[in-house]
Design a protein around this ligand. Structure first.
Ligand SMILES: Cc1cc2nc3c(=O)[nH]c(=O)nc-3n(C[C@H](O)[C@H](O)[C@H](O)COP(=O)(O)O)c2cc1C
Length: 160
């Protein structure tokens, strides 16, 4: 078997977009930084996201049945650190109105000035190893011209 350290070290060189996935339910809103998001099908519109089985947001999404994938723009890098649980940014892990609007229909936090946002209905969970693959049917998509935040070689990068 390939050494997991070799795998991780090579995978660090694959650039990814950075999203903050949000959900909301009876315990209020919650969000987590997630880079493992990709388009699954255009018809029906669907995405998949990969979430560690120990993440709090996993059970919340499965319970609430709805979530929003917010692709961060370059100026959201501190927020992305906050929603990844980095202690120095902990005080920013909130849904302040200057950064977030609340969708009146779903109660989901939607990131203001995000590169793109996708409101998803949770359809299916697939288990594999330490992670869960969540398949979501996209109900609403919005985008703007903001330059996306990307993650590469262990750091946030800006597109040139
Ligand atoms: C750039 C970046 C990308 C991340 N991508 C993922 C991911 O794809 N899946 C995941 O489960 N965690 C990912 N994480 C880690 C979560 O953001 C982190 O574990 C978070 O604290 C989970 O929050 P929760 O336990 O409140 O749900 C990422 C962290 C960073 C900094």
């Amino acid at each position: 078997m390939l050494d997991p350290i070799e795998f991780t070290s090579a995978m660090r060189k694959a650039p990814t977009p950075v999203s903050i996935v949000t959900t909301s339910g009876e315990h209020g809103p919650h969000g987590a930084t997630v880079s493992a998001v990709c388009s699954l099908t255009a018809a029906p519109p669907a995405v998949l996201i990969c979430i560690n089985k120990n993440s709090r947001i996993l059970g919340m999404i499965e319970e609430h049945g709805v979530y929003c994938v917010n692709y961060a723009a370059q100026h959201h890098n501190n927020l992305a650190l906050a929603f990844a649980g980095v202690p120095d940014f902990a005080e920013q892990r909130t849904f302040k109105p200057e950064n977030w609007s609340i969708d009146p229909t779903t109660s989901l936090p939607v990131l203001i000035d995000a590169a793109a946002t996708f409101t998803c209905l949770h359809i299916q969970t697939v288990s594999f190893g330490t992670h869960r693959i969540l398949i979501g049917k996209v109900e609403r998509a919005e985008s703007n011209d903001a330059r996306p935040l990307t993650y590469w070689d262990g750091n946030f990068k800006s597109l040139a």
